[in-house]
Design a protein around this ligand. Structure first.
Ligand code: ITT
Length: 189
């Protein structure tokens, strides 16, 4: 079983490849680019998936993800990519220097679509909190800031296989993979 993953982010591809391996799905990566509309992660994933599937004329997935920090009114959320490039992790830590409530979530939405169908989405979340300093060399972007609930290591201190066991991306991709098995049997054989 194969699925085409449209993304410009190599880290996402590596994580998805590791997660899908257990489900017998291989990833074909295409860095196509697609319009990201204003809206929440679900709107972005739906619109992007439909656009890419029509354009490539094949079934595809896209992913929209982000870090949501409670005390910052769930910022940066849909703006995570832009804020990572501008403020960066040090900027986030500065915004939170006096804050005690450090609750945060990573959220991931997978959008699946075919050229002829409506998009379908799969949600994944992991709860945790924001550190007081960057920790760890693994992962990418906000990983060194995020302590998943129940762990005393940040995502930045976990190797890819560890993070893949329970990350937001694991949750959304696993839901997709389970559904895709049946869909593939019914539609692609
Ligand atoms: P594509 O849209 O091309 O897939 P992107 O990196 O722009 O790639 P998003 O629009 O989904 O992806 O942006 C999500 C941003 O949220 C991402 O760039 C990171 O800054 C952050 N992010 C998402 N998942 C993350 C993770 O597992 N670890 C650390 N940061 C993450």
């Amino acid at each position: 079983m194969k699925i085409t993953f449209i993304t410009s982010n190599q880290h996402k591809v590596k994580e998805a490849t590791g997660i899908f391996h257990k489900f017998g799905i291989t990833v074909e990566h295409v860095d196509l680019g697609y319009p990201e509309i204003q809206g929440d992660l679900r709107d972005v994933a739906r619109y992007g998936a439909q656009h890419a599937a029509r354009r490539l004329e094949t079934p595809i997935i896209v992913e929209d993800a982000g870090l949501f920090i409670k005390t910052l009114k769930w910022f940066p959320g849909s703006y995570s990519s832009y804020i990572q490039e501008t403020l960066g992790n040090q900027g986030i830590l500065k915004l939170m220097s006096d804050v005690n409530d450090r609750y945060a979530e990573f959220r991931s939405v997978i959008g699946f679509c075919t050229p002829k169908t409506e998009p379908k989405i799969f949600l994944g979340t992991v709860k945790g909190h924001i550190s007081y300093e960057e920790k760890g060399e693994y992962g990418f972007a906000y990983d060194p800031l995020f302590y998943p609930e129940g762990y005393d290591k940040t995502f930045g201190e976990l190797k890819r296989d560890e993070k893949n066991k329970f990350s937001h991306r694991r949750m959304s991709l696993e839901k997709f993979a389970l559904w895709y098995h049946d869909w593939f049997k019914d539609n692609m054989r």
